[in-house]
Design a protein around this ligand. Structure first.
Ligand code: VGL
Ligand code: ZN
Length: 211
């Protein structure tokens, strides 16, 4: 079989581009820089990648009400407090991406996606990574990538310092070449994003400014 010169098959993981994370939809956990212009840019980049033959996957945060990551699920806690649960660190967020709520909906055209993977469905575990939750339970993402013969991943979306970070790093652990497109991400805080970028680079994630 002739394989020389054949390109590695590329999968694109569009992380958590859901109303609740956007300013455009006045989301519950709106990340700065996520107005309509940013979302349009993500849509255009994703269309371009799809046209060039990449498989396109979306992850979705999909929490039950009373989820462990919601500050309202704990007594006397406020947004962005950090607590310890069973030896794990848990950042507390406003309730967001509650299953079936309008804020949980993807804000990109669903026709772009070859598969959509939901995460964070177990009330007791958070799941920044699209591959597995903090309890170690896997989503179907890795099986889908393997079935599709994917060898390299392009990752972008919201938020760079949390779910993009965790998904990109787990992608490397799973054996993929992973590139994060920086201009197609939005970040929650400058401090966590600086650390996140360093963590990703240390894990072997490649950073690229633009597509
Ligand atoms: C995310 C905080 C809480 C993310 C999800 O998508 O980055 N951040 N849940
Ligand atoms: Zn979440």
């Amino acid at each position: 079989m002739e394989t020389r010169g054949q390109q590695k098959s590329t999968g694109v993981i569009v992380v958590d581009v859901q109303g609740d994370f956007t300013e455009w939809k006045n989301g519950a956990l709106a990340v700065s820089g996520t107005g309509k212009a940013f979302i349009d840019k993500l849509g255009q980049a994703t269309s371009t990648l799809k046209s060039s033959g990449c498989k396109i996957y979306a992850t979705m945060d999909w929490h039950p009400s009373g989820h462990i990551s919601f500050f309202t699920s704990h007594n006397n806690k406020k947004i962005m407090d950090v607590i310890r649960v069973d030896g794990r660190t848990q950042v507390l967020w406003p309730p967001h991406c509650v299953q079936h709520s309008s804020g949980a909906e993807l804000v990109l055209d669903k026709g772009l996606f070859d598969a959509v993977v939901k995460k964070g469905q177990n009330k007791n575990f958070d799941s920044y990574s699209g591959f597995k939750d903090d309890g170690g339970e896997s989503t179907e993402l890795l099986d889908i990538l393997k079935k599709d013969g994917i060898e390299q991943l392009i990752v972008y979306g919201i938020a760079m310092d949390y779910c993009v970070r965790a998904t990109a790093i787990d992608g490397v652990y799973a054996g993929f070449d992973v590139t994060v497109i920086e201009d197609l991400t939005a970040l929650i805080t400058p401090e966590t994003s600086l650390k996140a970028k360093q963590d990703m680079i240390n894990s072997g994630v490649v950073f690229q400014k633009q597509l």
